[in-house]
Design a protein around this ligand. Sequence first.
Ligand code: AVJ
Length: 323
Amino acid sequence: MIVQLENEIQNQIAEQNQTAINEVLSGLLQRQKELPCKYFYDKRGAELFDEICELPEYYLTRTELEIMKKYAGEMADCIGPRAAVIEYGSGSAVKTQILLQALDKPSLYVPMDISAEYLEYSVRKLSRHFPHLQILPVQGDFTDYLNLAPYTRWASKKIIYFPGSTIGNFRPAAAKRLLRQMFTQCGPGGGVLIGVDLLKEKRILEAAYNDSRGVTAEFNLNLLQHLNDVYGSDFNSQAFRHRAVFNSRQSRVEMYLVSLYAQTVAIWDRLVFFKPNESILTECSYKYSITSFKRLAQQSGFTAQAVWADANHSFSIHFLNRP
Ligand code: AVJ
C-alpha cells in the first residue's frame, strides 16, 4: 500500500530544489572546482551505478550484501518489532529486501532517493514482495530534513537505514551534521543501521574506483551530461577525463573530471573557465576504521551498539542506538 505525501511536504521539496543551482555554481567558482556527487544519479547514472555494483573491482556492494545475508537476523533482533524504516538513498533496494524480510512486522517503509526512476522501481518491487507494508516514497535529497512524525505515530520506533557507505561521500563535519540530523529524526529509542566501507590498501581502493572496463569513468562523465540536461549548461563530456586517487592523509578516495585542454563552459548565467588539466572534484569516498566510525557516531550522541563485518574486514555495518 503506497501512502501519498501531503501537499505541504511536496512544496517543501520544490523549494529545496531552487537552492540546487546555487550549490552547483558556487562549487564551480571555488579554487578547486567541485560538483555535488548527488548529480550522478539521473536515469543513465542510476543504470551505470548498478553496473558498477557488479564489477569485479567494486567489492563494496557485494560484501555488504554478504554481511546483510549472514547477519540480518541479528540486525532484526537489535531493531525489534513494528519499526518504521526510513532509508536514505534507497536506490534499487536490494539490501532493503533482505532487511525487511528479517524484521518482525515492520510498520512503515520510507524510501528516500534523488532518482525518480530508482524510487519508482523499488516501490513497485517492494510493494509486490511486501503487500501489507505501508510504503511512503519521498523523492529528494535525504540531507533535507523531513519531519516524518505525522506518518510514524503507529510505529514502535524509527530506524534509519543508510547502506552503501554513502556516509563516505560527506566530509567529516558534514558527516557529523548528517548523523545529528538522523539522531533528531529517529527520536528517542530509535536507531540507525549504516554501511561503512573500511580503510584498506591503496591498490584495492583505487581499482574499485578505476575499473578496467571504464564503467566508473562513464559514470563520472555522465554527471556533466546530467547538468546539461537539468541546467542547460554546455559541458562537452569528451573534453574531460576520469581520474580516481586515494588520498591517505584524508583517508578518502577522490574522483575528478580533468579538463583535457583550456575551455570555457556556460552554465546558468555564468561562464566557467578551465585551464588545461584543471580538475573538478566530483566525489569523495571516505574510508573509516571500525573505531574511527564508532567515535564519529558517539560524537553525534549515538551509542555504537553493534557492528558486523566480513571475514576480511573490507566493509562494516553498524547499528547505532539513540538512548
Ligand atoms: C554510492 C557513494 C557508496 O562512493 O563508493 C561508486 C559511489 N562512486 N563508484 C562510492 C561510487 C564511484 C559510491 N557510493
